[in-house]
Design a protein around this ligand. Structure first.
Ligand code: SF4
Length: 277
């Protein structure tokens, strides 16, 4: 049996950078308070908790004089200010691409545009972007949310970083009919798209795909759906201990792909196990 690892796969640049900063802070300070889970992977969160990571759900829960961590999704200006007031040290893991989206949103609002964000209004990244806008804003989940009867004089458009480019194009195609002026910043990050393209290609060359990633990870679920839609058998595991030998029987070539929040050590454990089989 052969196995092929999708490329690229696993951690994106922004999450890797944030986790490296968090680990360095844990080594230096011992205890660090993170606002929201720093990564959608239960094994990695448990590993970091063993080093002193504490999770809180709001800025007001960060203890005074503590060390606080901001995850790659970023925060609103108000939350960031509150954390800076409470904590003695703030480790900012905001992804630079998300920070660019904050700056674009601020600039569009400053120029008087109605800021339209393509994304999920409940997603922390979108809430963070909204928290950088002084002025009017609207979140749309896709072209269907644009009211054909509405008239928007000046619209500034940007996107949650993990949206599909085709969704942005569809929204813009509809927007031109209801808007006098559109200014667009393409803030989509290709890390997610590249990982989805890599598993699609891999699925064509193998008899089955093992997808490794947290069951709470939306991007891992998406990889599973893509592989299944390509007609290949998929085994979704969180760690190598869940590898089902029965599922592997009769397969000559197996693909391995990992969600964008799956750390390297979990992928390495899996590939080492596959090498021994
Ligand atoms: S998906 Fe892109 S924007 Fe989001 S954290 Fe990763 S690198 Fe940054």
């Amino acid at each position: 049996m052969n196995f092929i690892v999708a490329s690229p796969t696993g951690l994106c640049f922004g999450v890797r950078r944030a986790i490296e900063r968090l680990e360095a802070a844990l080594k230096e300070y011992g205890t660090v308070y993170a606002l929201g889970s720093p990564i959608h992977n239960p094994q990695e969160v448990a590993r970091l908790a063993g080093q002193g990571l504490k999770l809180v759900q709001s800025a007001s829960e960060v203890p005074g004089g503590s060390v606080a961590f901001v995850r790659a999704h970023g925060l609103s200006r108000v939350e960031m200010r509150e954390i800076e007031c409470r904590a003695r040290v703030v480790i900012d893991g905001t992804c630079p691409f998300v920070r660019t989206a904050h700056e674009r949103a601020e600039a569009l609002a400053g120029e008087g545009y109605l800021v339209m964000i393509l994304g999920d209004s409940n997603h922390p990244e979108v809430r963070g972007i909204l928290g950088h806008i002084d002025g009017k804003s609207i979140v749309i989940s896709g072209a269907d949310d644009i009211d054909e009867r509405a008239r928007y004089p000046r619209v500034g458009v940007l996107s949650q970083t993990t949206q599909k480019e085709s969704s942005l194009a569809e929204a813009l195609a509809k927007l031109v009919f209801v808007t006098g002026e559109i200014k667009v910043y393409n803030t989509i990050c290709r890390a997610t798209i590249e990982r989805q393209e890599s598993i699609r290609k891999l699925a064509a060359d193998v008899d089955g795909v093992v997808v490794i990633g947290g069951r709470n990870s939306a991007n891992t679920r998406k990889l599973v759906e893509i592989a299944e839609s390509e007609g290949v058998s998929v085994l979704w595991i969180e760690h190598s201990g869940e590898l089902d030998r029965g599922w592997m029987r009769g397969k000559n070539a197996i693909g391995v792909a990992a969600g964008g929040s799956t750390p390297d050590w979990l992928i390495n454990e899996l590939t080492q196990l596959l090498q021994t089989l």
